[in-house]
Write a protein that binds this ligand. Structure first.
Ligand code: ATP
Length: 491
């Protein structure tokens, strides 16, 4: 705005002088030089316009637009009450809250929570990112920090509000441990300025400012940032639970046309470990798949395919050659069969369509994060890992390189068994054991499971072959069909 005004005044003066008959050529050249200099400095970041995005607090975004995250929402709302009822808080002698740190994996809704916070507290909302403050030139970052806090105050006054929320995404870039960067003078100055601004918050101003920062790496933050009086409150924004995933899916399906067969509960069960951003992507991909097929509505199979696409990427155009396809079918069928035998209802779908780097895969159904495992459960997981290679050996006569990741996983689980005192060694520290000894016990654990897997596959060979045949013909088979085949055999 200021730039436009200056250009207007400059052009006005030029026209006036020209009207009076002055030679204005030197002034035009001078003007052009000034513009050139301004753009050069802007490019270097010295006069970079503050990239503080202002989001109108009147925006309709609120906590209801965020699925799951009940604990985070509750904690944040409680903290915002401090901002809303600042007079009562002061009367009661409670120190006002200056900062809230949202921590958690990418795409879990930290930015959304901050946006909703602005709406909830009717505050002016400024959003920026830690990387906006980092420059090569000492002092520039610190200057930007000052400008950010000043512009929050100015904007609040302009909008006749007495509250402002500053949201800083990727705070670890701005607030990383001091002295740890190569050009640490600039980094340290910027962080120092930020700490100074936070300390001075709300002491002499008509505008109450709350800083909400977000990071995926709280471990990188300077301890000064986390001390009481700065970011007093840390809110964990975790990957959504089953209920949360269902809510997020519902929110993102609201604006889409869906068929009667759509069962979002099923999709929520199959998307364990997905973040909100992944789930949004699933609904979007499903809509794209429906469009590709010219289908007026999104069907359940679109959603299921979208889940695969989000996990592994787009289907590869080239058809796998029949020999490889057979091997992949045998391998994946082996995993799926043993998975169902050791843990009923654990398979959601098996596919032998190449996607991304995977030639085939078994999608497991897991509803919630399992925090504790018994020894038997760990051994069963090793069996599932080994089953692909063992099936190849029994059905096709030899193994292939396709099992290398499975073996790595099996070794990792075996080491976990040793480390948690569940192996024949009893309670030991794996770090103090000789590598040869660790290797010996890992092999002992794995070969025992391998023997059992061989016996199970030999006993259920017919069942396995049925699954392989369906996979070769249809390229995929659902968990229900696998369970049906297993039951038919048992009768
Ligand atoms: P990052 O750490 O990578 O910055 P973030 O935690 O800030 O990620 P957001 O930017 O808030 O994640 O979320 C990204 C997108 O994912 C949102 O625009 C939204 O579409 C979707 N999303 C994430 N979490 C949720 C949720 N809990 N409810 C609804 N949508 C969500």
């Amino acid at each position: 705005m200021k730039t436009e005004l200056s250009i207007g005044i400059y052009l006005g003066i030029l026209s006036f002088l020209f009207y009076l008959g002055f030679d204005i050529t030197p002034l035009i050249i001078l003007g052009l030089l000034c513009i050139l200099l301004y753009y050069m400095l802007q490019k270097k970041g010295l006069v970079k316009a503050g990239n503080f995005q202002e989001v109108s607090s009147a925006s309709t975004f609120n906590f209801d637009n965020i699925g799951g995250q009940e604990v985070a929402k509750q904690e944040l709302k409680e903290a915002l009450e401090f901002l809303i009822k600042s007079e009562e808080i002061t009367r009661r002698g409670i120190r006002p809250l200056k900062g809230i740190l949202l921590t958690g994996p990418p795409g879990t809704g930290k930015t959304l929570l901050a946006k909703a916070a602005a709406g909830y507290s009717d505050a002016v909302f400024l959003s920026t990112s830690g990387s906006e403050f980092i420059e090569m030139y000492a002092g520039v970052g610190a200057q930007r920090v000052r400008r950010l806090f000043n512009s929050a105050r100015e904007k609040a006054r302009k909008n006749k509000k007495n509250r402002a929320i500053i949201f800083i995404d990727e705070i670890e870039v701005l607030g990383g441990q001091r002295g740890s960067h190569s050009s640490h003078l600039e980094y340290d100055q910027t962080l120092n300025q930020f700490l100074v601004e936070m300390d001075g918050l709300n002491t002499h101003s008509d505008v109450d400012i709350l800083v909400i920062a977000a990071t995926n790496r709280p471990d990188l933050l300077d301890t000064a940032l986390l001390r009481p009086g700065r970011f007093d409150r840390q809110v964990k924004v975790e990957l959504p639970s089953l209920k949360g995933r269902l809510e997020i899916l519902k929110l993102h399906m609201k604006n889409k046309i869906i068929a009667n067969d759509v069962n979002l509960e099923e999709i929520a069960k199959e998307t364990y470990g997905f973040s909100g951003a992944h789930l949004e992507s699933v609904t979007n991909e499903a809509a794209i798949l429906a469009l590709r097929e010219n289908s007026p509505e999104i069907k359940q199979r679109h959603l299921k395919e979208a889940v695969d696409k989000v996990i592994l990427g787009e289907k590869l155009a080239d058809k796998t050659n029949p020999q490889v396809l057979t091997r992949v079918a045998v391998h994946e069928a082996g995993h799926a069969l043993i998975s169902e035998l050791v843990k009923e209802n654990s398979v959601s779908q098996v596919t032998v369509t190449s996607r991304g780097n995977a030639l085939g895969y078994v999608r497991q159904t897991q509803e919630e994060d399992q925090k504790l495992y018994t020894k038997n459960e760990l051994k069963n997981n090793i069996k599932i890992c080994l089953a692909g290679a063992v099936a190849e050996e029994i059905i096709l006569g030899e193994r292939s390189t396709g099992a290398s990741n499975d073996f790595q996983q099996a070794v990792k689980i075996a080491k976990n068994i040793i480390n948690t005192g569940l192996s024949s060694l009893g309670v030991v520290s794996i770090d103090d054991l000789a590598p040869a000894k660790v290797n010996e016990v890992v092999q002992e654990i794995i070969s025992l499971e391998e023997k059992e897997v061989k016996a199970m596959i030999t006993k259920n060979r017919k069942t396995l072959e049925k699954i392989i045949n369906i996979l070769k013909e249809e390229e995929q088979v659902s968990g229900e069909i696998i369970r049906k085949i297993i039951k038919e055999k048992a009768v």
